[in-house]
Each structure stands twice: as structure tokens, then as C-alpha cells.
Design a binder for this molecule. Sequence first.
Ligand code: NAD
Length: 369
Amino acid sequence: MIGVNSNEAATSNATAAVIEQMSTYDHEQVLFCQDQATGLKAIIAVHNTTLGPSLGGTRMWNYASEADALKDVLRLSRGMTYKSALAGLNLGGGKAVIIGDSRTQKSEALFRRFGKFVNSLGGKYITAEDVGITTKDMEYVALETKHVAGLPEYMGGSGDPSPVTAYGVYMGMKAAAKQRWGSDSLEGKKVAVQGVGHVGAYLVEHLVSEKAIVTITDIHQPSIQKLVEKFGVTAVAPDDIYDVDMDIYAPCALGATVNDETLERLNCTIICGAANNQLANESKHGQIVRERGILYAPDYLVNAGGIINCYWEVTGYNRDAALSQTEEIYNTTLEIFKRSADLGIPSYQAANELAEARIKAIGKVKLTY
Ligand code: NAD
């Protein structure tokens, strides 16, 4: 009996902890999914649907614990709410994680079972690809639900979003140049691009075509080689990127690269790149960046091209409309810098406030008949 009671107490504590985490950022709904037959263990988090259905990718990752998976999905889904709000989309924020090894634990049945769970939310959550998930996996998901975006063109989707994401980062960078130097030309500006994968490579192409002086790095040598041969850009070793002579640092690989250590080394006046969560600690490093006179173009604003592309896919794909809405990132970036300067607050905070204001205002509009 003691065992039963202590089990009950543990379950009760765990449930309370989950609900507490959900309420920290005011999540609407979290769906825990498991299926013994396929080995599926997944969590779908719907953060906020004020502006529309929640949209965000599914990540497959071998999390150290279920608690880590929950933390990740809650954090990521909230980020999607802000990203879509700031991009002016009629979308809310959501995200899913599948707990498991993406190299060894995938199967058609697992993804189709996951698709059924997505479908059970009736369109409140629309999924897409994220880390560890391929288009092939999404094809299986799409057999069980129509609430999928980011599908390949041959399945009626919009294909790889990376060129659109890169275009948005480029727009954000031009806006930052305008704010900093009075002209949005990047000609002759020294840009250090960290990570030349899908987005980074397209970004380099834009920069080179505008005669910027580009230095790149990557941990994958063939990706570097390709760009060095194609564009004649300079390459450095991964850890040396923080020390190169640069005007603009463009992180396009991992998050948290703007931190205590790198801020001692980065000699730039603008930070603008595709990576998510660039500031290791948003409030601390956002403030330090501001105090050092570095213009930080908020990551979730400038990398919104991908979600904009997905939005147009689910509402009726129109490439020109997706690109033109992505181009708006230029104006929004300027608006955020202005707000940041006027109110004396870091740019990340200005971005967050603008996103929150839009959700609040449109939420009120939706209350009317
Ligand atoms: P990707 O995996 O194609 O490219 C990332 C590149 O970074 C790879 O070439 C990888 O080798 C390199 N890399 C990893 N660690 C590195 C390190 N320590 N130093 C240097 N290079 C390193 O990913 P992607 O689709 O190009 O996305 C890049 C970033 O942008 C990611 O943070 C992603 O979350 C974000 N993002 C991408 C999109 C999109 O449309 N693809 C949209 C929004 C945000």
C-alpha cells in the first residue's frame, strides 16, 4: 500500500509540474502521444491559437529525458507564436517532438501513427519538417492527416523553404545596414557567415551578388569547398569565425553563439543571421549587445521566410506572395530598431512587445461578431 501511495504521489507531483510548466508561458494544450506497437513517443504543444491554427515543425531527437523533451517543445512552440505574429501571419504557434533516434527508430507505421495524433487535433496544429525529419517522413504523416506543410512540390507542397528564409535574412541585414550606415547597400561590407548549409549557402549568394566581402565557415568541408570554388569567398576554421575582421556576424548554424565568450571576441556592428535562439540568454546578452552598440536583428523576425512560405502553402501557394511578404521583413526590422531606440530597450524586447501587441489587438478583433 505504501508503494501505491508513493506512486500516486509521484504521479500527482509530475502532473502538477507539467501543468505548472504549461502555465509559465500560458500554453493552450499539450498532447502526449504514445503507441507501443510502433514505439512512438511524442509531445505536441499548442502554445497559442489567437491568430490562427498553430504551425510549427516536428523535431525527432534522442532526448536525455522526457522532461527535456517537454521543455524543448514548450519553448519551441512559444517561439513559433512570436515568429508568426511578428511576420504578420494568421497563424498561432505550435511544435511537436518525437522522442527517439532519427537514424534507427523511424518507420512508416510510426510516422503514420504520429499523423493520426496530429489529425486528432482537427487542424489546431499543422506540422512540418524540423531537425531529424525528412520529406519522406512527412509523406507518411501526410497519409494520415491533411494538416501538414512544407511538403515537396511533387506532393502539392512548396518545396524547400531555405531560399525564402535566406531572402528574409538578407532583407533583415539590409535593413540593419540602413539603420547603421544610412544606406542599405552591403557593397564592401565584411560579412562573416557561420554555417553554409541550406540557408547559409543561399545567403552567401545574395551577399556575393551585392559585392559584400564574405568570410564563411562550416564543420562540413564539402559545403565550404563548393562556395569557395563557386564564389571565391574566404573560408576559416569553425572556431576562428568569431575573430575575423567583420562588420556583420551572420550565425546560420546553431543557436546560442552570442554568449559571454563570443561577445569578447566578436568585433562586429551588426548581428543578423538565420539561426534560432542566437542569444544564449535573451535578456542578458540582448542587453550586452545593445550596450556595446551592436545592432541585433531579432532572429525569429529575420528567419521568418520559411514559415511565411509554409503559410502560403496551407492557404494556397503563391511564390510571389510569399516572397513579397518576406520582403516586408525589411520594414519590420527597421520598425523594431526604431522602437528599440525610442524606448531605450534592446531590440529583442522591442520585437517581443510588437508580437504581443499584435496578438492582443487581433484577439480583440476576433471577439467581435
Ligand atoms: P543546415 O543543417 O542545412 O545547415 C547548418 C549548417 O551549419 C550545416 O552545414 C552544418 O554543417 C553547419 N554547422 C553546424 N555546426 C557548426 C559549427 N559549430 N560551426 C560552423 N558550422 C556549423 O540548416 P539550415 O536549414 O541551413 O538552417 C540553419 C539555421 O537556420 C538553423 O539554426 C535553423 O534552425 C535555422 N532556420 C532555418 C530555416 C530554414 O528554412 N531552413 C528557417 C528558420 C530557421
